[in-house]
Structures are given as C-alpha cells and as structure tokens.
Design a protein around this ligand. Sequence first.
Ligand code: GUN
Length: 281
Amino acid sequence: MAELISGKVVSAACREKIKREVDAFKTERGYAPGLAVILVGNNPASEVYVRNKHKACLEVGITSYQIELPEETTEEELLKKIDELNGDACVHGILVQLPLPKHISEERIIEAISPKKDVDAFHPVNVGKITVGNYQFLPCTPAGIIELLDFYNVDVSGKSCAVIGRSNIVGKPMMLLLTEKNGTVTLCHSRTKNLSQITKSADILVVAIGKPKFVTADMVKDGAVVIDVGINRLPDGKLSGDVDFEGVEKKASMITPVPGGVGPMTITMLLRNTLTAAKQK
Ligand code: GUN
C-alpha cells in the first residue's frame, strides 16, 4: 500500500510558518500584507474557492479585500478596477478568479495586472521569468506540489517524470519546475499517443486533466509517486481525483488523496506569494 502524501499536514506546517512571518512583517512595517481577490459573476465553484481564500488570509493575518462584481461587468470596467488596485499601496497581491464570463478576455485581464502584484504568476512576464529560472512567484498549484515532494523527501533528480495535462495553470509550469529539479519530463495531453507506455515508465506521475479516475493501476509503474491534481464531482455527490485511487494506491509507493492532497497546498502558496509581494515593496 502506498504512503499517503498529506496536503493537510504539509499545508498546516507551511501556514504556521507564514503566520509567524506575517506577524514579524507587521511588527517591522506597521501594516499587514494585503490581497485583493476579484470575483466576476456567480460561478458556484469560484464562490467557494474565493471564500476559502478569504478565510485562509484571515487565519494568517493577511488583509483580504474581496471584490465581487456582477456577471454583466464589462471588460473596460474590470480593467479600470485592476488599474485602481495596481496603484493601491495597501494591496500587494491581486488575484482575478478564473474562469471569467465569456465576454471578457482572460488574456487581457491577466496582462493588466502588475507583474509585481501577480500572485497567481499568470502574467507573461512572470511566466517568462519562471522559464529562465529567475522568479519571484510560482503558480500556486505547481508550487504546492513541489512543497509536497520536498516535504516527503521525494528526490526528483534524474527521475523520469510524466505530467498529464498541458494547462497554463498547472501542466506547463509543472513541467518547468520538475525540469529545474533535474527531472526528465514528458508532458502528455489529449493528443499523446501511447499514453500508458509513457505513464508506465514514470517514477513521478502528475495528473491534471479534470477527468475522474482517468489514471488506472495498469497505467502506473510499481513504486511510482503519484500526484493527483483533479477535483471532480461524481454523480453520487462524492469528490474524485483524476486517478483511480483505490486501484493505484496498491501499486504506487506514495500518492496524494482527493480531497486533502494537492488542494490545501494551492491556497497556502497563494498566502506565501502575497507575503513575498508585500516584502518586495
Ligand atoms: N481558477 C481555478 N484555479 C485558479 C487559480 O489558481 N487562480 C485563479 N485566479 N483562478 C483559478
């Protein structure tokens, strides 16, 4: 049976450390780090995420500014809001919750956020910095995965790594971070041929495709470390990852559960990025 990689345990340890650093920051500077989170419209999943981000900020002493805008907000109005926040000295981090309503260009919005306040690390300037290995912020989910691997002493160097999913938020940056740790990475996606052949040779497998139980035991190498980024709601209301946990845990040496694996780390890394942004000022 695989050892569980607990995002709850690692996240609690990281948040305690962040809280201590925020306390020290406040004592030194006389103000708190501030994060502005913008939510446009009423996507129920986004509402839950934004609420959790707000709660997490309060827990560690970061000031959270919640900005809720109606679905019919125009791109121009949103750009104006971002411009205001870019110039607001109390706001060190800005996060626009995705997805945005269809009439707003995510690309234009992301590019409008000051790279210095881009705590998601989605701005092309920050993506470029990550590519060359000289960055201030890492995108929260891949950064959380690296923290998990470090905490459980998973050595990436020289290992064969497979990432399934090539999103800008998870898959692509994950490929870069594993490469930086000297892993040999194959980035797989919907057009990949012989997917099982690639995943079966991977010592470290990261799955982020949003398809419940997509990775089954026969696709996994004996003793592999399996990281499941998926959070899918099944018809019976239960949550499932992108990995068939029951089958794969018998074959892997380590595995993240869903929930309680990667999920808790993502918000923790957002808190860390916000503190980093405030310190740079
Ligand atoms: N929607 C889903 N994940 C994320 C994230 O990490 N950041 C933002 N801004 N929106 C998201």
